[in-house]
Design a protein around this ligand. Sequence first.
Ligand code: 3PG
Length: 407
Amino acid sequence: TFQTIDDIEPGQRLLVRIDVNAPVDDGVVQDDRRFARHAETIRELLTDDHAITLLAHQGRPGRETFVSLAQHAEILADHLDRPVDFVPDTVGEQARAAIEDLESGDVLLLENVRMCDGELPEEEPAVKADTDLVGTLADEFDAYVNDAYPTAHRSHASIVGFPVVMDAYAGRVMEQEYTANTAVRGRSFDGPVTMILGGTKAEDVIPVVERLAEEVDRFCLGGVVGELFLRASGHDLGYDVDGTELFDHQWADHGETVERLLSEYGEKIALPTDLASEGGAEGEGEGPRVETPVDEITKETSYLDVGSETIERYTDLVAESGAVYVKGAPGVFEDERFADGTVEILSAIADADCVSVVGGGDTAHAIELYDLAADDFTRVSIAGGAYVRALTGESLPGIEALEEAAR
Ligand code: 3PG
């Protein structure tokens, strides 16, 4: 067990780790679901007269979504209906001056913590506690609150470092998501367990197949993850998005594991039999959706969704399932032309008489974007990797750190 915000004395100077990491298009945040949830925690903390400094991340170095948190402060202010100050600094003099100026009832957001040395990579809590980031900021506060459930699976400084050196508490989002996602494991149902896995984070999804291969009856794969499995089954594909070599890197990291999983559990793994891409000479971003059977796909094409035949097979499997878990979307649903796979499969899950859980940083966003009813699912988590780890019964470093602090 860990301590929660109910255990904090009023009027403290708090450092609150939140997770407002969002899909970003052209530098602009596309989804505010996480902001809405954290606003509830912050509002509750404000009723206890705390002075609140928020710490958060967006994207990862090297990715297009790695941007400043200036706009995040504005979005949060809208949700809170009160000002949220922002400083373009995390541990430097400017940040410390802003923190020192804070009075009870004030809210300040620091710059993207992943811009600081020491935040990444994943290391032991004691190593993370020894970073300049933790050493410098810890002195400014009475206590640390971790509300960033979606990052609880990362052993990063802002997640596991602070609880080593100061009083640490779980925020409401952390508490609620942790409890609900863990409880979902214990739900009873009749019928096969199906997992719909997709998205771009192969490093989060492939271990899920590995760990749950015995428990899950079938995996329906899409997204980049599906493409990695298609490549392992002999298809020549792997178009690089904007020359980022994302696919090749992922293949280099996971190709061998994917090949092994396919040979050991092939009969449980459903792969796309057709894929959708952008066709025509209309110019980038304007061509119509074109579907191609996987036997005819090429490395020169970027595939952005699963095709109609695949969608039909996957929705049939969903309809006869006792439980369906989703992590990662089968297609690039933000573009309506490539939303069919995501929307039709999610709709089939919503209609099915089964236990249904949807997670994945961006996937739950599709529910909102395409007006599906969140109530039709047993549970929609704002977390991706952390939720899926809770499903596999694995412990989360962020939770362990809070438990250790409580001991
Ligand atoms: C997420 O969106 O899953 C979390 O914010 C963690 O982000 P990461 O996968 O870049 O560590």
